[in-house]
Each structure stands twice: as C-alpha cells, then as structure tokens.
Write a protein that binds this ligand. Structure first.
Ligand SMILES: [Zn+2]
Length: 227
C-alpha cells in the first residue's frame, strides 16, 4: 500500500500528542496516513506493552489511519544503530510516503532524540538505489519535525481548530497514560494565537522554504491584525 504521509514516533502516543490534529486534517483532505511507533512502550511507568498496543489500535481508529504499526526497538534504549535505521528504511520503502513526520531532535526523553535522527537519516538513505533491501528505493520529499517536550521557533503552524476535539478523542484512547489533556490543549491554543486561530500545531523543517510568488502566497489571511 502507498501512503501519502507516515508519522514516526518513539512511543505509541508521541504522534497523536505532537501532531495528531494535523494528521487528522490531512486524512480529511483525502491523504492516506500512517503512524509507525519504533517501540512497544514496555518501559512506561504506567500500562503494559499489551495495553499500550490496544490503546494504539484504538487511537488509530479515531485517527482514521490506513496503517498503524509498532516496531520492536527496545523502549528506553532506542539507539542510532544500523539495524534500527534499516527497519525505518524498510517502512519508508514499503509505504513510499511523500512526507515523513518525526519528533524534534531536542527532547527530554532520549528515545525521542534518537528517533528523530534515525528517521531523518533513514528518509535520506531509503533513496539510495544501491542500498539493497529487496525493495525499490524511495526518498520522501520532506521530513517535518513535530514537538515533544521542548519548543522551537516554528517553520510553520497548521490550523487544527476543526480537528482538536478529535485529537483529544484519539488521546483519550491512551487511558493508561493520561490523567489530563489540559496541557496539550493549552499548547495548541498558544500556537493557534500565533496564527490567529483557536488551535494550531507547530512544525519545523531544516531547509528554507521555497516560495515562487510571495505576493500570491501571502494572501489576506496574513493581514497583520495583532498589534
Ligand atoms: Zn514518547
């Protein structure tokens, strides 16, 4: 199956927390979306690997994902080793996404930092024809980073106002992990104010963005109304 978008997380709930509203929005726009977690989350303080897998599946249903997968990297010990890069390369080649989402490379949890680098490198390496995995080479057009704990100056913010309630519903599937989703709503609300909407999710890309026609690009929605 071909996907338009794969969002990678180190753990089952990373994607929903960091960019769930955007993944839901992309689904609503007609794109085929998938989420791949690198670990089973067996080191989590609360919940077992089985419970987390069930919660992941329940969240995937709310998210309308075409694919949801859990890889078998050891939780808490995600390492930047070739074996792990190869696992991600194989997923990218299997689903041939245009866009890949990964956690921001500065994070509190070491797995998030390592997942960030593994996914970014794998997205590049997956395009090398001579790297043989018995699959066709494929390089996504762009790797886009979403936040976990630490903030960054966003390259862009996606308006997720119409998808925020569903994002919370997906997160509610992770019963073992969250007592309160208030922190998430507060953050999304804050980023929403930066672009003049109710809720937003911030993203970072490493490269400068190419714009053909700045006059066309900066339409009326960019009107400076905030003093
Ligand atoms: Zn995580």
């Amino acid at each position: 199956m071909k996907l338009d978008v794969i969002a990678f997380g180190a753990h089952a709930d990373d994607v929903e927390l960091g960019c769930g509203g955007t993944i839901l929005k992309l689904r609503a726009l007609g794109y085929k979306t998938g989420v791949v977690a690198l670990t089973r989350g067996e080191m989590a303080t609360r919940g077992t690997a089985e419970i987390r897998a069930q919660e992941f599946a329940a969240a995937a249903q709310v998210m309308g994902l075409a694919v949801h997968k859990i890889l078998d990297m050891p939780d808490g010990r995600v390492e930047e080793i070739w074996e792990n890069k190869l696992k991600v390369i194989q997923e990218i080649r299997a689903f041939r996404p245009r866009i890949v989402f990964a956690p921001y490379w500065i994070a509190r949890h070491p797995d998030h930092e390592k997942a960030s680098r593994i996914v970014r490198e794998a997205a590049y390496l997956a395009g090398l024809k001579r790297l043989d995995t018995d699959q066709e080479a494929h390089r996504p057009f762009k790797v886009i980073f979403y936040p976990t704990r630490f903030e960054f100056p966003p390259s862009f913010i996606v308006d997720t106002t119409n998808f925020h309630a569903k994002k919370l519903a997906a997160l509610q599937a992770y019963k073992s992990q969250f007592d309160s989703l208030e922190r998430i709503s507060t953050r999304d609300k804050q980023y929403g104010t930066y672009i003049g909407v109710k809720y937003g999710e911030p993203f970072l890309v490493r490269e400068a963005l190419k714009i053909e026609d700045p006059v066309e690009f900066f339409g009326p929605e960019y009107l400076e109304t905030i003093p």
